[in-house]
Design a protein around this ligand. Structure first.
Ligand SMILES: Cc1cc2nc3c(=O)[nH]c(=O)nc-3n(C[C@H](O)[C@H](O)[C@H](O)COP(=O)(O)OP(=O)(O)OC[C@H]3O[C@@H](n4cnc5c(N)ncnc54)[C@H](O)[C@@H]3O)c2cc1C
Length: 390
């Protein structure tokens, strides 16, 4: 049984079909081998880039296909639904937005066509730090202006894909927090050339995690970044990062919907074929109901993802919907994952079924890129008007 797509018209249906076909050439075995070695899916990411899927959001004038956010969401949903892991490359789709919306024409000409062609990978997003966590305005990495360049010192943590990216979008303080009127002022965004930075004091240390995510710690020791790599105005970086967050939330939510569909297809197929006590286990309501419930949860979430994407594409405020979509989708994929493991019994824990791998992978999205608690705080404060809790 295949779980159907949300009807978004012919163009997106064709994109979905093409992504499906590409993903079929990267079966479970491919992902299992990488997972065992904690290795990066270089061939998969290259195949997605070569097919133009990672550059759909880049305008045609810069070599991309200039498609709306819902096309990118459909691509990532299909990747996850095929059992693959878009976490290896999804950031390029949403962090490129900071450059597109706030970069100078010169910066866009310099980077976007080469990102679109796959020559340059913009996969690393350096925001989180060991001591600031969710409290982004407290980051300590500092970029000090010295003539025609900045000197960067500090440390990032959880910088995913840093070893597999040519460029990093870096958020750093350029004015100490004590000297700004608003705590979110005085932060700036830079494009860091990773190769040049590695030769000049930047070092990367992988972090091993419960799933294969190529995440790292990045240390900056007097790293020189040319001032021409500053995006937009100095001190306004927090706003630039924020402006991309709704896109990020919607795309991650679409990935979770894809994960949920993968788990639900896998669980219902197994429930029909596995015979215990002389009948398929799926004949028991104790097996059926968690799967059916997770299915309903996924479908409701899917509507919220599409509503959020439609508002985003219409240029309307979608903070509420994007946040809710992200939270609900992460919960729906987890409910489906849980039902899938339970349905598989002992085999849910065996590598060769891929269930345990996807189970580990999808758990991340209740924590990153923003945790459920912080979304609830957003809804309480910004939607329901209750006092800020932190
Ligand atoms: C695998 C992985 C990949 C990642 N990739 C990237 C990346 O590429 N780039 C990047 O910049 N970051 C990345 N992150 C970081 C991620 O965005 C953070 O982990 C996430 O934002 C949570 O921050 P924290 O881990 O510091 O948790 P903390 O901020 O320390 O929070 C810990 C817990 O406390 C809760 N909490 C904190 N404050 C409050 C409050 N006021 N009210 C209620 N609850 C609260 C949180 O919800 C959370 O559950 C990644 C993380 C992981 C695990």
């Amino acid at each position: 049984m295949t779980i159907g797509d949300f009807d978004q018209g012919e163009e997106i249906a064709t994109i979905r079909e093409n992504v499906r076909r590409l993903c079929e050439t990267f079966p479970g075995e491919y992902w299992r081998d990488l997972d065992r070695e904690a290795a990066y899916p270089t061939e998969f990411v290259k195949a997605l880039s070569d097919a133009g899927f990672l550059s759909v959001l880049i305008p045609e004038a810069y070599g991309g296909s200039g498609l709306p956010l819902s096309a990118a969401a459909a691509i990532l949903e299909e990747v996850q639904k095929a059992g693959a892991n878009g976490g290896a490359c999804h950031a390029q789709m949403y962090i490129m937005g900071a450059l597109l919306r706030h970069g100078s024409e010169e910066q866009k000409q310099k980077y976007l066509p080469r990102i679109a062609s796959g020559e340059l990978r913009l996969q690393a997003f350096g925001v989180t730090e060991p001591s600031s966590g969710t409290d982004t305005s407290s980051i300590k990495t500092f970029a000090r202006r010295e003539g025609d360049h900045y000197v960067v010192n500090g440390q990032k943590v959880w910088t995913s894909r840093a070893e597999h990216s040519d460029l990093m979008l870096l958020l750093a303080r350029t004015t100490p927090k004590e000297q700004v009127a608003k705590r979110t002022d005085g932060l700036s965004v830079f494009i860091v050339d990773m190769q040049a930075a590695k030769r000049a004091g930047m070092s990367i240390k992988p972090i091993r995690t419960m799933m294969n995510h190529a995440t790292t710690e990045v240390f900056f020791d007097n790293v020189v970044v040319p001032s021409e790599n500053l995006i937009g105005q100095e001190g306004k970086g927090f706003r630039y990062i924020l402006s991309g967050m709704n896109a990020e939330r919607i795309l991650i939510a679409a990935e979770c919907v894809g994960d949920a569909k993968w788990f639900l297809e896998k669980a219902s197929a197994y429930a029909k074929e596995r015979v215990v006590f002389g009948r398929p286990i799926g004949q028991n309501q104790g097996i059926q109901f968690p799967i059916a419930k997770a299915y309903a949860q996924m479908r409701a979430t899917e509507l919220m993802v599409h509503q959020a994407a439609a508002l985003f594409e219409a240029g309307k405020d979608c903070g509420e919907q994007a946040n809710m979509a992200k939270m609900l989708a992460a919960e729906a994929s987890w409910a489906a994952a849980e039902a899938c493991v339970q349905t598989h019994g002992g085999f849910g824990f065996a590598e060769e079924y891929d269930v345990e791998r996807k189970f580990r992978e999808t758990r991340l999205y209740q924590v990153a890129p923003i945790s459920t608690n912080l979304i609830l705080s957003y809804i309480a404060e910004h939607v329901l008007g209750m006092p800020r809790s932190y």
